[in-house]
Design a protein around this ligand. Structure first.
Ligand SMILES: Nc1nc2c(c(=O)[nH]1)N[C@H]1C(S)=C(S)[C@@H](COP(=O)(O)O)O[C@H]1N2
Ligand SMILES: [Mo]
Length: 224
């Protein structure tokens, strides 16, 4: 037997240990995500890392809004301004959409199944005027954020009251939050209270504090 092949001796002992560890990994299916066939790399914008939990970010208050006291105001440059109570929200067409979350603090969470009202179904109801080029969201905690009208009109934008089949948790903005998958998650207002269409853009809470006005994760528009 040649020297290097000996499984006695120091080298042999180390090699046996390495093999045993790999074998143990294989047995416990270590690193297997159960997501074979999904090319996650292509779904992660620059500088983002995947999380499997769901972090909570807020300004230190998580308002409690019972459904019977819920009101959503949709106003500004629209033909048909509305104030919707909870029944009014539920009377709009109900949809589902699966999308990814990209937070500016660098975590991304894939495949979130949202239930609620598509923004475009609400927009069809209120009929914004041609001059209404911007949208401002106001929330019950005082938070605001702004997007161009086209960003809000996108087919994947939701006013979500359901997440993975269950009512959206208060910590995550329930009873109703915005979800705009193509922009960083700070654009997705939680505890939604008011949607205002205007001719002028009005930077929101983080936008006046150094965040990018638009916030496209694929272009890494983190800071303005
Ligand atoms: N009303 C309100 N909406 C908000 C925020 C907030 O503080 N208040 N934070 C924003 C930010 S910075 C992020 S990353 C997401 C966090 O949503 P989550 O707590 O459900 O993960 O909500 C966004 N919407
Ligand atoms: Mo964020």
């Amino acid at each position: 037997m040649a020297e290097g092949e000996s499984s006695s001796g120091l080298l042999g002992a180390i090699r046996d240990k390495l093999i045993a560890r790999k074998q143990a990994w294989a047995e416990e299916k270590r690193l297997i995500t159960g997501r074979a066939g999904v090319r996650e790399v292509d779904r992660l914008p620059p500088g983002q890392r995947l999380v499997r939990d769901w972090p909570v970010l807020d300004l230190g208050v998580q308002p409690a809004i019972p459904r019977e006291r819920f009101r959503l105001i949709v106003d500004g440059l629209v033909e048909n301004p509305v104030v919707l109570d909870w029944a009014g929200v539920m009377a709009l067409p109900q949809s589902e959409n699966v999308s990814d979350i990209h937070c500016v603090t660098a975590w991304s969470r894939l495949d979130n199944r949202w239930g609620g009202v598509k923004a475009k179904d609400l927009i069809a109801q209120v009929r914004p005027r041609a001059e209404a080029r911007f949208v401002l969201f106001q929330s019950s905690d005082g938070y605001t954020t702004n997007v161009p009208r086209e960003a809000f009109e996108d087919d994947d934008v939701m006013l979500a009251h359901t997440w993975e089949g269950a009512p959206l948790d208060r910590r995550h903005g329930g009873p109703l939050r915005v979800v705009i998958p193509k922009l960083y998650f700070w654009k997705s207002a939680k505890w939604l209270r008011r949607i205002t269409f205007s001719a002028e853009d009005k930077p929101g809470f983080w936008e006046v504090r150094g965040y990018h006005n638009h916030g496209d994760p694929w272009r890494e528009e983190r800071y303005g």
